[in-house]
Design a protein around this ligand. Structure first.
Ligand SMILES: O=P(O)(O)OC[C@H]1O[C@H](OP(=O)(O)OP(=O)(O)O)[C@H](O)[C@@H]1O
Ligand SMILES: O=c1cc[nH]c(=O)[nH]1
Ligand SMILES: [Mg+2]
Length: 217
């Protein structure tokens, strides 16, 4: 399974990542959401280079121009809440994509133990399509895995792109063990080595949902 890690090649993504992580910048929620979006936009563009195109004739005011257009039906899936700005970045580039939304939340049994519950799914059929699941944080990998399994009730995708801003090493290993190796590509802004007792990524950035939308009760 190919893992594309943007941290290996310094670019503007590195600048946006540093702002996302920085406690002194995080109080600017607009910038936090916009940086999630911007990384989504750049990932979408890089992903688009791996996709299939077909040639069509486009009529200009002067003549006919043979043009390359995307020949894959993309479904952009995301997980509430933190996935929303990241998803918007992808959708602004893959503007013809269909979309899927899934809810997943951690229900803590005690401080360190929790189950992830999926309660809501709104998705088109995904048979033969290119499925992108965009969620900024891949901590244990449970939400991503449960989301994927929920989406499989809507069909079998041709290819799966797992897109994340920060992943833990543990989650990368989990995705490698649970997603189909022959048709999954993983895209990450960075991989952090540590995950703490509360299953938060360290150094990570904190709680992406709260930083994007405010704390919840
Ligand atoms: O890999 P996991 O251990 O499953 O954790 C990752 C999940 O945690 C975050 O969502 P969170 O549960 O904080 O919800 P929120 O976006 O509503 O804050 C994130 O957006 C993922 O969905
Ligand atoms: O580090 C983490 C883990 C889960 N969810 C987050 O938002 N951050
Ligand atoms: Mg959260």
């Amino acid at each position: 399974m190919e893992v594309i890690n943007f941290a290996e090649t310094p670019s503007l993504v590195s600048q946006y990542m540093s702002e996302l992580r920085d406690v002194n910048v995080q109080s600017d929620m607009l910038r936090f959401r916009r940086n999630l979006e911007r990384i989504g936009e750049i990932m979408a563009y890089e992903m688009s280079k791996r996709m299939r195109y077909k040639t069509v004739d486009v009529t200009t005011p002067l003549a006919v121009a043979p043009s390359q257009v995307l020949d894959e039906q993309v479904v952009l899936a995301t997980i509430f809440r933190a996935g929303i700005p990241f998803h918007k970045g992808f959708l602004d580039y893959f503007d013809h994509a269909q979309n899927a939304f899934v809810s997943a939340y951690r229900k803590y049994r005690e401080k360190e133990n929790f189950d992830v519950f999926i309660e809501y799914i709104a998705s088109p059929r995904i048979d033969g399509k290119t499925l992108v699941i965009a969620d900024p944080m891949l901590a244990t990998g449970s939400s991503m895995d449960l989301c994927y399994r929920a989406l499989l009730t809507k069909g079998e995708p041709a290819h799966v792109h797992v897109a994340s801003i920060i992943a833990s090493r543990k989650a990368i290993d989990y995705v490698k063990a649970t997603f189909p190796a022959d048709k999954t590509t993983v895209w990450v802004g960075a991989i952090d080595e540590v995950i703490n007792d509360h299953s938060y990524i360290v150094p990570g950035l904190g709680d992406a949902g709260d930083l994007a939308y405010g704390i919840k009760e």
